[in-house]
Design a protein around this ligand. Structure first.
Ligand code: PLP
Length: 457
């Protein structure tokens, strides 16, 4: 027999998790005002809220923690990280920040002003938040194929070049940069092809624009390029990573994703002028330019994480586990976004609960049902997250109403994935008995999903 695929790691330390009863969960979720962010982690059995900062660091990363240099200025840890960013990603200048949105805050303080328009592929919520906070506008130029969860397309994260050119033609002087999110989180963890990245570069050059990559899951994107884009199948992940970033002028990074650390971020830049301008804001918001909100030990673990995170087997272990969950869910009839995303499985709530009206927060309703069923915490990527239109203050109904099951890196076993699939399969079997959704009791004016209070209708 051919030997089956298996993970290339073993486990050195474990953490106990508590398995609750349905009665406990009914009480807890009510107390949490039907907002999964309000649950205590002990009230969750399998936590698929996010893959952000929830991964398990390797023994080598933990060793690097011990070698951290905590000097205020010029720490060796800063130079270790600077070298890793230069060698792996190819950027000469960088600023450390405490996480991804802080990188956005610092960078956009330089680049975005009131009235600007920032085209891209399904801007992530914090990215959009930082654009709209500055009274600028984000325009989504993702390809239409991304919005049909039944359609199999290898690069659903791609930018629609015609849509992008249209924005540039109409609003050329208002566009400070083009932003490309790799992988495209909001559209379901879908990758962007290298060909598409090159096409965006060509359009940017034609209109004299800089290109920013929102790079949280760049390594997963490289893995998909290697495995789906034939022309690059022979290149290593590290080679593809270089090729991808060769088409960008700036990158923002949430290191809590593909760099497999619990906290951290940075901005990578080619322009010394931009670096100097951004340094001012980094010092104001984050910290001195050689630590910017990170401890020396964290910068060390991050440098090591960038190296490990761009190794083929590490990515294969991760993406295969996500796909394992996806295949199990398909087996149980659950409608999911295909092809499966790199970091998460996205359940199509509109196809799961077609009888609920869109005004009743369908994906949130499904997230609550899954929690009650098995103590599994996912997250709504739908109307709650899409927030209100800043002008009309009406709910924005996104094309996709999704329940995201994000898988932390190296944290759970496939046995946990099986458990999650059965729990959601059970909800699917009783879906017709879910006859109403949720209503909002209280919400914040921006990024409401974190603190919203809800009730059953
Ligand atoms: C997580 C994420 C961010 C924000 O990063 P934080 O570290 O959570 O602040 C930005 N963009 C994308 C695509 C992300 O996935």
């Amino acid at each position: 027999m051919e030997l089956p695929y298996a993970e290339s790691f073993k486990i050195k330390m474990v953490e106990h998790i508590h398995r609750s009863t349905k009665e406990e969960r009914l009480q807890w979720i009510k107390e949490a005002k039907y907002n999964l962010f309000n649950l205590r982690s002990e009230q969750v059995f399998v936590d698929l809220l996010t893959d952000s900062g929830t991964g398990a660091m390797s023994d080598r990363q933990w060793s690097e923690m011990m070698l951290g240099d905590e000097s205020y200025a010029g720490a060796s840890s800063y130079f270790k990280l600077k070298n890793a960013i230069k060698n792996i990603l190819g950027f000469d200048y960088f600023l450390p920040t405490h996480q991804g949105r802080a990188a956005e805050n610092v960078l956009f303080s330089v680049l975005v002003k009131e009235g600007d328009i920032v085209p891209g592929n399904s801007h992530f919520d914090t990215t959009k938040g930082h654009i709209e906070f500055r009274k600028a506008r984000a325009i989504d130029c993702t390809i239409d194929e991304a919005f049909d969860t039944t359609l199999k397309h290898p690069f659903k994260g791609n930018v629609d070049i015609d849509k992008l050119e249209k924005v540039l033609k109409e609003h050329n002087d208002k566009v400070p940069f083009i932003i490309v999110t790799i992988t495209n989180n909001t559209a379901g963890g879908q990758p962007v092809s290298l060909q598409n990245l090159r096409e965006v570069r060509a359009v940017a050059d034609k209109y004299g624009k800089i290109v920013v990559y929102d790079s949280a899951r760049f390594a997963e994107n490289a893995y998909f390029i290697k495995t789906r884009e034939e022309a690059f199948a022979q290149l290593s992940i590290k080679e593809i990573t270089k090729e991808m970033f060769a088409n960008a002028d700036v990158m923002t990074m949430s290191s809590k994703k593909d760099a497999i650390v619990n906290m951290g971020g940075f901005i990578g830049m080619r322009s010394e002028k931009l670096f100097q301008e951004a340094s001012v804001f980094n010092i104001m918001f984050e910290g001195f330019i050689t630590y910017g909100g990170m401890s020396g030990r964290d910068m060390n673990a991050l440098a090591q994480g960038l190296d490990e995170g761009t190794e083929f087997v590490v990515l294969q272990n991760r993406i295969e586990q996500v796909a394992y969950l996806g295949r199990k869910l398909v087996e149980y009839g659950v409608p999911v976004q295909e092809p499966f995303g790199g970091h998460a499985i996205f359940v199509d709530a509109k196809r799961f609960l077609p009888h609920l009206p869109k005004e009743e927060y369908v994906a949130q309703t499904l997230a609550i049902e899954l929690y009650i069923e098995g103590g599994v915490r996912g997250v709504e990527i739908g109307t709650l997250l899409a927030d209100r239109d800043p002008e009309t203050r009406k709910d924005r109904f996104p094309k996709l109403e999704l329940l995201r099951l994000a898988v932390p890196r190296r944290t759970y076993t496939n046995n946990h994935m099986e458990y999650v699939a059965v729990a959601l399969g059970n909800v699917y079997a009783r879906r017709k008995s879910i006859t109403s959704g949720m209503k909002i009791l209280k919400e914040a004016p921006i990024m409401r999903h974190f603190t919203v209070e809800l009730d059953r209708i």
